[in-house]
Design a protein around this ligand. Sequence first.
Ligand code: PMP
Length: 361
Amino acid sequence: MSRAFNFSAGPATLPEPVLRQAQAEMLEWRDARASLVELSHRGAEFIEVAQQAEADLRRLLSIPADYAVLFLQGGATAQQALIPLNFAEPGQAADYVLSGHWGKTAVKQARPYVDVRIAASSEAGGFRDIPPREAWTLTPGAAYVHITANETIHGVEFRGAPEVGEVPLVADFSSSIASEPIDVSRYGVIYAGAQKNLGPVGITVVIVRRDLLERAGQPRADIFDYRSHARSESMLNTPPTWNWYVLGLTVKWMLDEGGVEEFARRNARKAAMLYEVIDGSGGFYRNEVAPHARSRMNVPFFLREEALDKLFLAESKAAGLLALKGHRALGGMRASIYNAMPEEGVRALAEFMRDFQRRHG
Ligand code: PMP
């Protein structure tokens, strides 16, 4: 048996050395005579793993000291509900900029808790662009401005943090965290489910500027209170210890590989390979996202003839290229090419696509 190239959008491919190390350490943790999965989250062994993972993530993303890093459960979706509960007063307005499907889920989760204002949306154009900054209508006194840094389904990505003045910028980085250097200080809150670039599903990272934790927010249970999680170092209740550990291994691997600068170079090359094939196919493959907003993590594309979709999926799978089916909301194909996807995997896909067109075009 051999591992194929897996283009899944998430849970997504992990670096093989990470999986191998996790496998090797599964049965017995160092000299603990038990698996890490079986050890208390309050014990010295796990505390060391947890603290190392946080320190490494801080280094990888250059997170300033005045930001707290939380390791939580509930996925990015739970954070989309917790953000208004923690940072908006009852009835306060919050601005949402929509550039794809996940911005809409953020709105859906926030609606019960906040006066949602759609500051801008590219939905009328089929989410093929970031709404231009000049066209945003921001609400004076809004609790925050929410954006989706990378839209995993529509393949639309911000280039850098938009200017929003004094209002904190809240960004869903689920599918692009650590894909390139970012200036964390431009954001009030960054959140990301781990299952694309950071490790296994089941753990979610929230990076929050500490002064925002002073906000009263709304009545909420302790378990929904970011302050309590920050105070207890994400050990308010039992954290997902195994996921936290594998996240730590993945972050360490990214540091060893050269950090986010190196991944930005690799990701630019990888994305360019696929967009080149698509754009050079004379319409056999199609991606209609505005070039300046094209995602470097998720490349959605359509075949000219939908009737060929099934064959494309069957042949690509047989060629060792997995999970290329597009999200059901959009159809077509999608190649997710996160940090752990090697350049040779993308090259193999690009060659397969050219060959498929030669045979069926
Ligand atoms: N935001 C984005 C950008 C995503 O890609 C996803 C998952 N694909 C989510 C939010 C939802 O994440 P979760 O399933 O972890 O709640």
